[in-house]
Structure formats: structure tokens, C-alpha cells
Design a protein around this ligand. Structure first.
Ligand code: F0G
Length: 459
């Protein structure tokens, strides 16, 4: 039509009230939560950007599909609908539903890994890493060097460093049971991976006879970035691009809580018959029978419909544009972020924003907590708290200290995002006053979820 404004490609049929709190109430709530925003009550949060996972709004078509759910324990009609949608997209032979992404990871790694082995990836997400380490194997990150520098512009900052991967395969092929690739690269800033890079990984995997798995949580956002950024791809639909991405892989883990546009669910897909047998037996042990995998029949219906909606172009144009909109506002306010903006979130470079707070005093926690106290906004630290604890119990600074503002799908409008940008600018103006934290109590695995903190006195 020639107009430049990108409108939300939906209208709102049902709303959920937000609860406003005072700064004093938020300060008390945060202290009670041990200065860990994971331990807040969600009712005490105004705008919740903790995660884009399972927090999206389903469409009226998805809610309608719920009523079609077949709750048969075995052989449910809803499973076959789910399986046909997933197979159409991925082309994979075995489609194994799971209650969320990490269940697919646990089953895959328990099936495929032995202690001492190595799994390379562009960047492993925290649950992926933890599920590899719990098997006694090593999770290795091989993203391209540009992917490690927040301010560096690159259209596909999630790409794998193919030279490093080749060297690893040449030297340690016998210890590598599979190669993974996370699309988009969540821990590296929601950055996409190009088709060219996926093809490069595929050909190395062919050369060394290794299976190649996608961590496909945000495959549709990745496909859309390929469409608009990769030469020669503009004329294809996001679905066609996604189908090619999956065709390059031998399997995938998927959290349907992201690009499945559902509130729960996931799946494990693969072509290998003997791994699939073993995986289904593990599934029965902890998730459920292979035609429901820990999900209700209605969940399978919601995911099937969500996977159809998520590749629609007006949705993906709105989705990527609204994330970029927040990123541009933060940059204009002088807040350092990972550039260019990724698909599902904006990542503030907390180490650059608070140069006076050393990594082991958790600048990411400091910025996250200030967002909450000042504005009622909940983001999440992706940095030294999340990644700094090594399996041997020692602590080292993570590569980056980031604060992720993840944008739930189809939930917040432009005024919510304008408010977030205004709050970020206010934090920028008071950045020198933000101090560090220390950990008071912590578990040994995935500590960021439950560790309790204490603010350090100003130095
Ligand atoms: N892989 C990636 C890249 C993820 O981002 C996540 C979850 C998972 C796997 C695990 O999926 O939560 O369904 O078990 N990421 C969420 C987040 C939690 O906030 O980024 P899950």
C-alpha cells in the first residue's frame, strides 16, 4: 500500500490487566527475592521481558484448535496432526513430542553421548550446555569471532566458525558424536545463522560422517533474517527457507514455547532409527507415550497451528521490526547493545554500560535489578552468573555480561516498548550509581535460577 508504518498483524480480542506497584514495593519485593528476579512473583512485575519462552499470546485459531484436542492416551488424532505439520516443515523421519525443549535435549544427549565426548555448537544455550555436561561430555562454543563483539555489525553473527569446526573435527573426530547449531543463536544475542553457513557445517559433517542437529527454537525468526539479509533469498517464503534449513540437518531439538507460538511443548526430530528407538524408550520412562510425550492432546493442536502461523510473512516482518525498534531506541539513548538487534530480544552490554562493576560482581545483575526497581520491568542476566560457574566449581567471567530484554510474541504493544526504552534511558543517566552484587547462596548447576544475592556496598 506504500505506507511505511508496520502495524501489528492482529487485533486484540482478550486482554489481561497489568498491576502497577510503587518503587518502595518493588525494592521490598526484590530484597525478599534475594535480588534474583527469577524469584519475584510475576504479579509484582509490570512488563515481563524475562523470556520469550512460553509467554506468547496464542491466536483465536489456536484457542479454537484446543477444543479439537484428542486426549486419547495412544494414537491420538492430535498427535498425527502435529506430526504431519512438523514433518512437512522438517522432513525428519522420527518426530518425538516432549513437554519442552530441554526434555528433547536430555533425551537426545542421554541417547547419543558418552563421558569425555565433545559437542560443538555456535553457542550452547544454558539448558543445552547443562544437559551435555551432566552426561560427562563437553559443550564447546565455536561462534565466529564477530559473534563475540557486541558492537560489531555482521548480518549473520550466529554463524559457526567453520575453520575452528574443521580443525576440531580433524583433531578429535572420534570424540564428537554430533554437531549442533542454534538458530537463532540465543546466547550470542538472538543472532541468525546464514544458509551458506549451515551448508558449510553440513558439508563438514558429511566429510567426517557426523550427524548434524539444529537447536531450532527460533527457526522462523532465523528464516526471516535469511530472507531479508542473504543474497538470493528475498524471493522465497520464510517457510521454504525454513524447510531448506531443516533439510540440511539430520535432526533437531525444538522448544515449541518460542517459534511454536505455544505456551508449552517441544519435540525431538531425527532420521536415525536406532537413536529414535532409544529416545522413545527414554521418553516413555519420563515424559510419556510417544504419541503425547508429556503434552495434552490440545497442546499438540496448539503447536501444530502455531507452527503454521509462525512462518507467515506479515507476522515475521512485524516480529523482527518490533524488536529492532526497541534496539534503535536504546542505541539512541546511548545504551550499548548487541548489534544488530536479534530476533527475539535486545541484549544490553552490561559490562560496557557499567565499566566500574567487575564481572565477578555481576554487572548484568546490577542492570537487571535496576530495571526492576526503577520501572517494574523484568529482564534477565545472561552473563557471569549464568555461565561463569565451571563444572569443577571454580568461577570465571563469562565471555560477555549481558542483560536480555526478551520480547514475548504478540503480547506487548508499541507503548509498552516505548516505556521500556524510556526506562532504559533513565538507567543510562544513573549508571554510575549502580553497584555490584555478591552471591549469598547458590546451587551448583544452573545457579542463575535460584541463587540469592546481596548488594555490595558502594566502593
Ligand atoms: N535452546 C535454546 C536456544 C533456548 O533458548 C531454550 C530456552 C532451550 C533450548 C530450552 O527450551 O525452555 O523449552 O526447555 N530458552 C528460554 C529462554 C528458557 O528464556 O531463552 P525449553
Amino acid at each position: 500500500m506504500g505506507f511505511r508504518t508496520i502495524v501489528e498483524p492482529f487485533r486484540i480480542k482478550s486482554v489481561e490487566a497489568l498491576r502497577f506497584t510503587t518503587r518502595e514495593e518493588r525494592q521490598a519485593a526484590l530484597a525478599k527475592a534475594g535480588y534474583n528476579v527469577f524469584l519475584l512473583r510475576a504479579d509484582d512485575v509490570l512488563i515481563d521481558l524475562l523470556t520469550d519462552s512460553g509467554t506468547g499470546a496464542m491466536s483465536s485459531a489456536q484457542w479454537g484448535a484446543l477444543m479439537q484436542g484428542d486426549e486419547s492416551y495412544a494414537g491420538s488424532r492430535s498427535f498425527y496432526r502435529f506430526e504431519s505439520v512438523v514433518r512437512d516443515l522438517t522432513g525428519l523421519k522420527h518426530i518425538i513430542p516432549t513437554h519442552q525443549g530441554r526434555a528433547a535435549e536430555r533425551i537426545l544427549f542421554h541417547t547419543a553421548l558418552e563421558p569425555g565426548q565433545i559437542v560443538p555448537n555456535n553457542n550452547h544455550f544454558d539448558t543445552t550446555r547443562a544437559n551435555i555436561e551432566v552426561e560427562g561430555a563437553e559443550a564447546l562454543d565455536l561462534v565466529i569471532p564477530e559473534g563475540l563483539v557486541p558492537s560489531r555489525l555482521h548480518p549473520f553473527k550466529g554463524n559457526m566458525d567453520l575453520e575452528k569446526l574443521e580443525r576440531l573435527l580433524a583433531e578429535k573426530a572420534d570424540r564428537i558424536p554430533l554437531v549442533m547449531m542454534t538458530v537463532t543463536n540465543n546466547s550470542g544475542g538472538g543472532q541468525p545463522v546464514s544458509l551458506e553457513n549451515l551448508r558449510g557445517v553440513r558439508s563438514l559433517c558429511d566429510r567426517y560422517r557426523k550427524p548434524f542437529f539444529l537447536d531450532a527454537c527460533r527457526f522462523a525468526e532465523n528464516a526471516y533474517f535469511i530472507k531479508v539479509r542473504e543474497p538470493g533469498q528475498a524471493g522465497r517464503t520464510p517457510k521454504e527457507i525454513a524447510q531448506e534449513m531443516f533439510s540440511l540437518a539430520d535432526g533437531c531439538t525444538m522448544s515449541a514455547k518460542k517459534d511454536g507460538l505455544a505456551n508449552i511443548g517441544g519435540f525431538l526430530g531425527m532420521n536415525n532409527d536406532s537413536w529414535a528407538d532409544k529416545a522413545r524408550n527414554l521418553l516413555i520412562l519420563t515424559e510419556g507415550f510417544p504419541t503425547y510425550g508429556g503434552l495434552a492432546g490440545y497442546d499438540l493442536e496448539a503447536i501444530a497451528r502455531g507452527l503454521e502461523e509462525v512462518v507467515e510473512e506479515p507476522y515475521l516482518r512485524y516480529r523482527t521490526r518490533s524488536t529492532a525498534y526497541l534496539g534503535e531506541k536504546l542505541l539512541a539513548a546511548g545504551i550499548p547493545i548487541i548489534q544488530p538487534p536479534g530476533g527475539h530480544a535486545i541484549y544490553i552490554d552490561a559490562r560496557a554500560m557499567l565499566p566500574h562493576v567487575p564481572p565477578l560482581q555481576y554487572p548484568g545483575v546490577s542492570v537487571t535489578n535496576a530495571f526492576y526497581v526503577e520501572a517494574g520491568i523484568r529482564g534477565v542476566e545472561i552473563g557471569t552468573v549464568m555461565f561463569g560457574l565451571r563444572p569443577d566449581g571454580t568461577e570465571t567471567p563469562a565471555t560477555l555480561d549481558l542483560v536480555r530484554l526478551a520480547i514475548p510474541r504478540r503480547v506487548y504493544t508499541q507503548s509498552h516498548i516505548d516505556y521500556v526504552a524510556e526506562a532504559a534511558a533513565a538507567l543510562g543517566a544513573m549508571r554510575e550509581k549502580l553497584g555490584g552484587y555478591r552471591i549469598v547462596t547458590t546451587p551448583r548447576v544452573l545457579r542463575h535460577f535460584t541463587a540469592r544475592f546481596e548488594p555490595l556496598p558502594p566502593s
